[in-house]
Ligand binder design. Structure first.
Ligand code: AR6
Length: 259
């Protein structure tokens, strides 16, 4: 598996230049979120340089911290949790056993063992409850915020999130993406925002690619130069390197085994 560094992952700024993301129409109404904003905020080049959306297996990323979609036991499971534990090896499980679990809506940090990243942050997202939307969002936002706080506390400047709760826990991607983006924007514009260099939103399934493609421009709108840019030499070089757009969903090895 090719291991990718944070610096090699194209930022939102570059995705606009490459026309892989485009500005939302001016009359777009934002989905209401607990942390806002309520309207499309002014564009910021520095924010757009520090956020990325990338389709990958999160276990291939050589970032400072990857965020696992764990459960309250922190002892592993299916989905991305299974992939992370398989790739990290037995040491991760042994360290997780010492943590005494974790509350829903929060996160804990461990070493990364055989993974190419430096740390793993285990966030426990909510099982989505459509009858308690605000509670589900509060807990999901808590995961993103606590994970970013843990990253700062442990000097992790680059952090890659899996799409927490959107798999087995059933959170609809079109509701999870605005909540995640709003929490990340809120953190990056807050007092510790300058302690994080890059937040990478890792997508795996097409539904999450589509949700982030739709909602990133609501929270991280393009600076005018980027949305109208002709490819400069740097962008063109990166574009040549990017993998071609996948046309089918990746296969979870555990699911494939069951077929
Ligand atoms: N890399 C990146 N993203 C992935 C990967 C991967 N290798 N594999 C799956 N995803 P899920 P949840 C995506 O179900 O909904 C576990 O059993 C996936 O497509 O892993 O929070 C835990 O132990 C989806 O978008 O986590 C818990 O019991 C996202 O990761 C429970 O599942 C999250 O899907 C947590 O459920």
């Amino acid at each position: 598996m090719t291991v990718l560094k944070a610096a090699d992952i194209p930022s939102v700024s570059l995705l606009y230049k490459l026309h892989k993301l485009s500005a939302a129409p001016a009359d777009t109404k934002l989905v209401p979120t607990l942390l806002g904003p309520t309207e499309i905020p002014p564009p910021s080049k520095s924010l757009n340089d520090g956020v990325a959306v990338y389709r990958a297996d999160i276990t291939s990323l050589a970032v400072d911290a990857v965020v696992n979609a764990a459960n309250r036991s922190l002892l592993g499971g299916g989905g991305v949790d299974g992939a992370i534990h398989r790739a990290a090896g037995r040491g991760l499980y042994e360290e997780c056993k010492t943590l005494d679990g974790c509350k829903t809506g929060s996160a804990k940090i461990t070493n990364a063992y055989n993974l190419p990243c430096k740390r793993v942050i285990h966030a426990v997202g909510p099982v989505y409850d459509p009858l308690k939307h605000d509670l589900s969002e509060t807990l999901l936002v808590g995961c993103y915020t606590r994970s970013l706080e843990l990253a700062v506390e442990h000097q992790c400047r680059t952090i890659a999130f899996s799409a927490l709760s959107t798999g087995i826990y059933g959170y609809p991607s079109r509701e999870a993406a605005p909540a995640a983006l709003s929490a990340i924007r809120h953190f990056l514009t807050g007092k510790d925002g300058d302690k994080i260099d890059k937040v990478i939103l890792v997508t795996f399934e097409m539904k999450d690619v589509e949700a982030y493609t739709e909602f990133v421009p609501h929270y991280f709108p393009p600076v005018p130069e980027d949305s109208t840019a002709k490819l400069d030499a740097e962008a063109d070089a990166v574009a040549q390197e990017l993998p071609s757009v996948p046309t089918s969903d990746p296969v979870d090895p555990e699911e494939a085994d069951k077929r």
